[in-house]
Design a protein around this ligand. Structure first.
Ligand SMILES: *Cc1c(COP(=O)(O)O)cnc(C)c1O
Length: 508
């Protein structure tokens, strides 16, 4: 069912000052106004000019309005009018909408159905004309007839059936992500981890094999190494830059999927998605890139040949640290399988959350500009500070992936950077551990906390936030030393953030 949008007719046709919503400028075709509104306005209107004669240029604002309103109404109904007439209650019937269906409903039936069972044209049109996609907070979607139900199941009548399989508010967000990521389809789920786990369950066969990279979101790695082996699935771990290693693995034993992030957490590595896609494609290996840290504003893996893109929409897409959601976008055949699995696993996102993400995504571009600017400035400042041993952010030439980063990313690398404080010169010493804590506590702007993507800056000493329970041996393997700080820039003023960091470095 395609709804053609036309000029709204149920909003007031004029305000005290002249033009209102829905009034095209005078050179456009005439609009229809609601009959009661037209009656009121024509009292003030001058005599109707003949339709064929082009009206003389109006000399005052009021004349412009009046000449406009006085045009004869269009008699043929718009496509929306036809649809609404078909779906809605006819207000001329003189009874309450529910009475048009049931002659004498009891109070209990009235309280369940009145106002909703039979929708008025006014409400139906307002739902279509609302600037925001309405929050369709409904677990069940119904059919108006047995025929509709049959056609729905045959795929010739498009609608929704049950919210575990889809919801219109959620679909609006999926379409936003698809458009931004240049993807064929998209599926939203209850969290980033839900997107990861559902995707893996849907796309990796029993006894399958998956390639992942070292610097990877911890819970993703945990699922791959502790849950997937129960299905006989095992994984090979490679350095993000190890293209020869990837070629070798695919040529010797093959893989069902290559899964990495770009940029990665917490060392902000950038993977060469163009080369990875070239290597994976001939082997039928599905390439998936988690671009939570980049967002489509900074990087679109699909443009470089990746099959799927994953986002923790909890972060930048929603942008306000108030909801959890995951998004997976890319090849339609793969998304279809994941949607099927989501319908079974059940990790769907609530429509109210989808609404908040839609609202947040409207400012994604301007927020990312601020995150990019802040992180680049902070990285530059820290890279010149004597108390800082190393800064991990790909705008710096010292970063391992500087070359790949400059080739693949045009606008920036997002708000997250990490850096290592020098401390007493030994990155694993207790002195360095304590000095880093003093720095974090000395900061005045960022909150101490995990995550990223909101308007507020956040900071964490990595070894005591995400990796507190990890043995030293494991932290050494991952490069999570005692002086490593992850700083997630919010959208505050750049100078304020840099000044704050400068004053806190006094405590190191
Ligand atoms: C946060 C995050 C996830 C997990 O997403 P949730 O929404 O927290 O479940 C996955 N990947 C990356 C890179 C993340 O930052």
């Amino acid at each position: 069912m395609v709804l053609a949008f036309s000029h709204p007719v149920w909003t007031p046709a004029r305000s005290d000052r002249g033009w209102t919503r829905g009034m095209p400028p005078p050179h456009c075709s005439p609009i229809r106004t609601a009959s009661h509104v037209r009656a009121t306005l024509s009292e003030q209107a001058p005599p109707t000019p003949p339709v064929s004669a082009p009206p003389a240029p109006p000399s005052t604002e009021d004349e412009t309005v009046n000449a406009y309103v006085a045009r004869p109404p269009q008699t043929s109904p718009t496509s929306i009018d036809k649809l609404v007439a078909e779906l809605g209650h006819d207000p001329r019937s003189g009874t309450s909408p529910l009475n048009s269906l049931l002659a004498n409903p009891s109070d209990q039936t009235v309280s369940v159905h009145a106002g909703e069972r039979v929708r008025t044209p006014l409400n139906l049109k307002a739902m279509l004309d609302a600037i925001h996609t309405p929050i369709v907070q409904s677990a069940t979607f119904t059919f108006r007839s047995t025929e509709d139900c049959i056609e729905y199941n045959r795929g010739t009548y498009q609608s929704y059936e049950y919210a575990r399989y889809g919801n219109p508010t959620t679909r609006a967000v999926e379409e936003k992500v698809m458009a931004l990521d240049h993807a064929e389809d998209c599926v939203l789920s209850a969290s980033g981890m839900c997107a990861v786990t559902t995707m893996l369950m849907a796309l990796i066969p029993e006894n399958g094999h998956i390639v992942v990279t070292t610097d990877c979101y911890r819970r993703t790695r945990q699922f791959i190494t502790t849950v997937l082996p129960k299905m006989g699935i095992d994984c090979t771990v490679l350095d993000p830059a190890d293209m020869d290693g990837l070629r070798r693995v695919l040529e010797t034993r093959g893989a069902d999927m290559y899964f990495s992030e770009s940029p990665t957490n917490p060392l902000i590595r950038v993977v060469d998605v163009a080369e990875i896609s070239r290597i994976c494609r001939p082997h039928g290996t599905v390439s998936v890139i988690d671009t939570t840290f980049a967002t489509p504003v900074n990087f679109r893996p699909i443009d470089f040949g990746a099959d799927l893109v994953l986002h923790s929409a909890t972060k930048y897409l929603s942008g306000h640290q108030d909801v959890m959601c995951g998004a997976l976008a890319g090849r339609a055949d793969l998304i279809k399988k994941v949607k099927g699995m989501l319908g079974v696993m059940g990790g769907v996102v609530d429509p109210h959350v989808s609404f908040l993400i839609s609202r947040g995504m409207k400012t994604l571009g301007v927020r990312m500009e601020a995150h990019n600017r802040n992180a680049a400035a902070v990285a530059e400042f820290l890279s010149r500070h004597p108390k800082v041993a190393k800064v991990h952010y790909p705008t710096l030439e010292s970063h391992v992936d500087y070359e790949v980063g400059s080739r693949l990313f045009q606008k920036g690398f997002g708000g997250v950077l990490s850096f290592e404080l020098r401390g007493n010169g030994d990155e694993w010493s207790r002195e360095t551990f304590e000095a880093t804590g003093r720095f974090v506590d000395g900061l005045k702007i960022p909150y101490i906390g995990p995550s990223l993507g909101g308007c507020e800056s956040l900071v964490e000493q990595v070894c005591i936030m995400g990796y507190f329970d990890q043995p030293l041996k494991e932290r050494k393997r991952l490069g999570i030393n005692n002086g490593l700080v992850r700083y997630s820039c919010g959208i505050e003023d750049t100078h304020d953030l840099v000044d704050d960091i400068e004053q806190a470095l006094r405590f190191v």
